[in-house]
Design a protein around this ligand. Structure first.
Ligand code: ZN
Length: 254
């Protein structure tokens, strides 16, 4: 026997969609945040509140939060695998413990709450999409540490599979990297979510900036599509969609 429930999207919406942006790139402040605010498409910006002057450096993001966007946790240190660097002394996940990571994400969240004090829930994005510490025999997932402090964690998934509200791991939600993706392909992914009544998440970095860039025109194409289809596609921040799924799961005993 199969057990399928109607997903918890509001009103007549047939899918949920989230745009997420990593690393606090300046082009996100310049292009993405104003475009999304103007289109009334609240989104998620994952920041790294590192250093002694994080409050000054992140000050422009207060306005982004006030406009209704989510400020998400992307850790202070942004540590990834040492495989990206040929340097045994560089900070890396292989040399960290779960306790090391948890300490970082608790402090990072505390700092980001200062930027967005009005925000109820906060989601987390795994730096480099990696959710482990250690190596080989000592390798362990730190997803449980994220789950202790966040309503959701955003990782990386496979094309074209979106998140299913009933069965997904909310603390390793799948997202699709958007870099170099044409707007028409992004729209195709949105419609794949509609067909499956599911939740799609795109991960952006720079807009016309950096090595993981998308063009302003491609982002504009997606934004215009979501705006025009807002009655059938619910665009919301990661934490907001996750909270709705949590409540719906409780109601349905999932
Ligand atoms: Zn990052």
């Amino acid at each position: 026997m199969t057990r399928q429930l109607t997903p918890p999207w509001p009103a007549e919406c047939r899918a949920a969609f989230s745009l997420s942006f990593d690393d606090g790139a300046l082009s996100q402040l310049k292009y993405a945040a104003p475009m999304l605010t103007e289109a009334d498409l609240p989104s998620t910006f994952y920041l790294n509140p590192r250093g002694d002057y994080y409050l000054d450096k992140l000050a422009p993001w207060r306005e982004v939060a006030k406009a209704g966007h989510e400020i998400g946790n992307h850790t202070m240190a942004h540590v990834c695998s040492r495989g990206f660097k040929d340097d045994l002394d560089a900070p890396c996940l292989e040399n960290m413990t779960i306790a090391d990571v948890e300490k970082d994400i608790i402090e990072s969240k505390r700092r980001l709450q200062q930027i967005a004090p009005q925000q109820v829930d906060m989601s987390f994005a795994y730096p480099c999409y990696m959710e482990h510490v250690g190596c080989g025999l000592t390798r362990q997932s730190y997803v449980p540490a994220v789950a202790r402090h966040h309503v959701a964690g955003r990782g990386k998934g496979e094309f074209p599979f979106p998140n299913q509200a009933a069965t997904m791991d909310l603390h390793y939600a799948w997202s699709w990297p958007a870099e170099r993706m044409p707007g028409s392909q992004m729209v195709g992914l949105v419609e794949a979510c509609v067909a499956k009544r599911s939740w799609g998440i795109l991960t952006f970095h720079g807009i016309f900036e950096g090595h993981l860039s998308v063009s302003e025109g491609d982002l504009r194409e997606l934004v215009n599509y979501l705006k025009a289809n807002h009655s059938r596609i619910w665009t919301a921040p990661v934490a907001k969609v996750a909270r709705r799924i949590v409540d719906w799961r409780k109601e349905n005993g999932i």
